[in-house]
Design a protein around this ligand. Structure first.
Ligand code: URA
Length: 217
């Protein structure tokens, strides 16, 4: 019926995902037209993953932020800068990683019209709707290790009972979207920026990334 909204559990990106993509480029092109959930209405654009299909490491965040939404690239804002620094301190090269998000559109609220856009966490349903994109990226990149950044990515990949405080720093082996994967959960870089003790939170992130580096070596 015209004007009737689909129920949240009917949201899915599946019809927009090419059935047999030959690489990341056709996926990225198709994702630009995704209308699988309502987040595309307010966002500027789809922010698809970035990096090489040959990357051994995949980093999965939550969703693009304000800067990422404007620039169309994941992790180019303050959280991304911190992540790059932490990767370098863990002796990992960000250029060797494929970086993406569980949710490909920026979700935000505004306190008042024309005021700053304020990040709003995606719901589990929105992350589930977007999961076919992540599954397709995993099938193309076939990473040797997935670094799971924070709770939204953790719940999207490891289930709704995932708790970053319990799982962080531990190398996990799970079947994800039909493939055996190795995963290393850690905190989201934004949580480091918000932490009361930023130095300690940053050291914890770097320690987890060092574990990831060892798992790859
Ligand atoms: N936070 C995320 O989870 N992803 C981004 O791309 C930027 C900020």
């Amino acid at each position: 019926m015209a004007g009737t909204k689909a129920p949240e559990d009917a949201y899915t990106a599946a019809p927009f995902v090419p059935k047999t993509p030959t690489g990341l480029a056709p996926l990225r092109e198709a994702a630009a037209h995704c209308r699988g959930c309502p987040l595309h209405h307010a966002a500027t654009q789809t922010v698809f993953g970035a990096g090489s299909a040959q990357a051994r490491l995949m980093l999965v965040g939550e969703q693009p932020g304000d800067q990422e939404d404007r620039q169309g690239e994941p992790f180019v804002g303050p959280a991304g800068k911190l992540l790059d620094r932490a990767l370098a301190d863990a002796e990992m090269d960000p250029a060797d990683a494929y970086v993406t998000n569980a949710v490909k559109h920026f979700k935000f609220t505004r306190a008042e019209p024309r005021k700053r856009r304020i990040h709003k966490a995606p719901t589990l349903r929105e992350a589930a709707a977007c999961a076919p994109w992540l599954a397709a990226e995993l099938a193309i990149v076939e990473p040797e290790l997935i670094v799971v950044l924070g709770a939204t990515a953790g719940k999207a990949l490891l289930g709704s009972s995932f708790k970053v405080t319990e799982a962080r720093g531990t190398l996990l082996e799970r079947e994800i979207h039909g493939r055996p994967e190795r995963l290393l959960p850690t905190v989201h870089p934004s949580s480091v920026l918000r932490a009361d003790d930023r130095e300690a939170a940053y050291r914890g992130l770097v320690a987890d990334l060092r574990t990831a580096a060892r798992a790859l070596s």
